[in-house]
Design a protein around this ligand. Sequence first.
Ligand SMILES: C[S@@+](CC[C@H](N)C(=O)[O-])C[C@H]1O[C@@H](n2cnc3c(N)ncnc32)[C@H](O)[C@@H]1O
Length: 150
Amino acid sequence: MADKRRFDLFADFIVTRFPAPRVFDVAGGQGRLNEALTRRGREVTTFDLRHKHLPVRYAQRIFTVDEPCEAELVVGMHPDGATRVIIEYAARHHLPFAVVPCCSDNGMPYNPWMRHLAEVARGAGFGRVEEVTLSMDGRARVLVGEPAAR
Ligand SMILES: C[S@@+](CC[C@H](N)C(=O)[O-])C[C@H]1O[C@@H](n2cnc3c(N)ncnc32)[C@H](O)[C@@H]1O
């Protein structure tokens, strides 16, 4: 069972670290991270497929790299198969990203998956790639990427 505090903890981390006024929350499930970030003053769009979701700005569709860019930051909490696309999207649009991976999209165990994602981010040209851990149970490691200066 995932830690119920994860949305507030991740939202606190995001607003402390990134000034971005508009945030894309990818694979956001019911929209709880959106709700937490909105409470903290950010404009957030959640992408996921849930029919039943909170009354937040919600794009009920699969997020792809072709999504028009209307955000300064892209994030994902336990985004399953969307983890890699978050990094690819951020790279394409020269945005920072913060993602809390859970399962890999190819059966890779967790630790190698985390190392692989960091390599993907470095390979995609992020100038700064680092890991931070949220103080919560379960999958709590945040991978952060910031674009190199242009
Ligand atoms: C484990 S759930 C996590 C949901 C929520 N972030 C949370 O922490 O409770 C993973 C979610 O990823 C969504 N998802 C996976 N790939 C996606 C994509 N490309 N675009 C949008 N949602 C996606 C699924 O529909 C599912 O709701």
